[in-house]
Design a protein around this ligand. Structure first.
Ligand code: HEC
Length: 463
């Protein structure tokens, strides 16, 4: 039998991943029942008790975990980081296992992947090697000390430039304390009442296109970051009640693509095509430190709600957690294979969600970087009948609600609501448009999506 071409294999495994829920559920996959038979059929001749090529013996659970001459070949929860998984899925025939044979059937590859992802269980009797993660949500109080929920009063007068057509909703945020939405427009930010959708007013942003909009945790400050491509970029902090500009931070030579305001409002972190995360003090506007580890454009930045961590991600799939006081690295979260499009912290700070062009949606345990919930294809693209080309995949936006629920928006023209256990509980179609942004209102009742044509759609959780 001639080896199957890798492209065929990839297509087949992509297809099987879609069918994955019909398999044995991932948590039930064990070495004894499912994995050993696959190894016996394809691997033990060269990696067994008699002969252990590269010192790798897959005959027992213990020796498989021990790994080979190059160290461990299995990393619980991280198929893409596991040498064994990379060996069986290698595109290059000379690198692929089993050596000099056709690749494993896609269904077996998927079983091995799920075994790794679910924590490398030994047998049905043994408990999971890696303790099942508690993904439950513990609400953290939202600061309410400074009076009534911040809503805009009279705003500075401003005549927006006439719009030929509405700008795609490239940035949008919901206030964590008030029925208020902030939405990107042409050189402006529109403030919209989240219940009535009435336009309350506009804030001028002559700096260019607003690429990122964030409310402070108390809802009193609005951060707007963006600029003009290959020209200039900066971050403006606005007072939500008065619309007044509080400060301007950064003086970049390109539009800012990612930014966030620390929960204590002391720091602004920003990044973009310069591949550098720059962290500024808001009081003096001076740079505090730079993070230069990213190898591609910085696409997403988010401070944890308690301010103890800073997450940043890039166009090549790199994702890191930093110590925000000085920029030291805490964890590298390697799982994404393509641009990370969104990062969101759950309000209790225990989970960081990431999503990207590779279709992956991951909830990371912020404590140790464990990918507690991992959806390889959270927004599977729809295949138009008669179309056989490559389909655009991708999760484009994320937003957590007040009870730990997550809203995601994807290229499959759907917005999806996930519960704290990572199960999809609601799905809303936005076709024929692609939703670019997602938000949940402060009370958790309204689910919002902003699309490529500039319109905003709203659903309620009861829909
Ligand atoms: C025909 C013999 C043969 C078969 C069958 C075979 N391997 Fe290998 N394997 C080798 C040899 C030889 C090496 C070391 C040389 C190399 O890396 O090319 C190796 C290396 C490896 C390594 C790297 C170990 C390290 O520490 O560097 C992994 C992982 C691996 N094999 C997994 C598998 C798996 C999983 C299977 C079954 C799906 C399999 N192999 C089947 C011969 C084989």
């Amino acid at each position: 039998m001639t080896p199957r071409r890798p492209s065929q294999l990839n297509r087949l495994s992509a297809f099987l991943i879609l069918l994955a829920p019909t398999f044995t559920s991932a948590a039930e996959i064990t070495y004894a029942e499912h994995i050993k038979p696959i190894f016996r059929e394809h691997c033990l001749k060269c990696h067994g008790e008699d002969q252990a090529k590269a010192d790798l013996n897959l005959e027992t659970f213990a020796t498989a975990l021990k790994g080979g001459s190059g160290g461990a070949v299995l990393i619980a929860g991280r198929a893409s980081q596991s040498l064994l998984f990379n060996a069986i899925t290698a595109a290059d025939e000379n690198e692929r296992m089993p050596q000099k044979k056709s690749p494993l059937p896609a269904a077996q590859i998927e079983i091995i992947r799920q075994w790794i992802q679910s924590g490398l269980r030994e047998s049905p009797a043994s408990s999971s090697l890696v303790v099942a993660r508690d993904t439950r949500f513990k609400p953290a109080p939202i600061p309410t000390a400074d009076g009534p929920p911040p809503m805009p009063g009279p705003l500075p007068a401003f005549t927006p430039a006439p719009e030929r057509r509405p700008l795609a909703v490239i940035a949008m945020a919901a206030s964590p304390r008030a029925p208020l939405l902030a939405v990107a427009g042409h050189e402006q930010v529109r403030l919209i009442h989240a219940s009535t959708q009435a336009l309350i007013g506009c804030l001028a942003f002559p700096e260019g296109q607003p690429n990122v909009i964030r409310f402070s945790r108390d809802g009193g400050v609005l951060m707007v970051a963006g600029g003009k491509p290959v020209h200039s970029g900066s971050v403006i902090l606005f007072d939500v009640r008065t619309g007044r500009r509080l400060t301007r931070i950064g003086d970049e030579t390109d539009a800012i693509l990612a930014a966030d305001l620390s929960p204590d409002q002391e720091l602004v972190a920003l990044g973009g095509s310069g591949k550098t995360v720059k962290v500024y003090g808001t009081t003096d506007g001076r740079i505090r430190y730079k993070i230069t580890k990213h190898t591609d454009w910085v696409t997403a930045i988010a401070f944890s709600p308690d301010g103890t961590k800073l997450a940043s991600a890039d166009r090549a799939g790199g994702l890191y957690l930093w110590d925000p006081s000085a920029g030291g690295i805490l964890l590298a979260l390697a799982e994404h294979k393509a641009a990370v499009r969104a990062l969101a912290w759950r309000s209790d700070g225990r989970m960081l969600a990431s999503a990207g062009e590779d279709g992956l949606l991951i909830w990371w345990d912020a404590h140790d970087g464990w990918p507690a919930i991992n959806h390889p294809n959270a927004h599977p693209p729809l295949r138009p009948s008669g179309y056989f080309g490559k389909l655009a995949n991708g999760v484009l936006a994320l937003a957590f609600g007040p009870e730990g629920e997550l809203l995601s928006a994807g290229r499959d023209q759907h917005v999806r609501l996930w519960n704290v256990a990572g199960q999809a509980v609601k799905s809303f179609a936005t076709s024929p448009r692609i939703p670019l942004q997602a938000a949940i209102t402060h009370d958790g009742a309204g689910l919002l999506a902003g699309d490529e044509a500039g319109s905003i759609r709203q659903w309620t959780r009861a829909d």
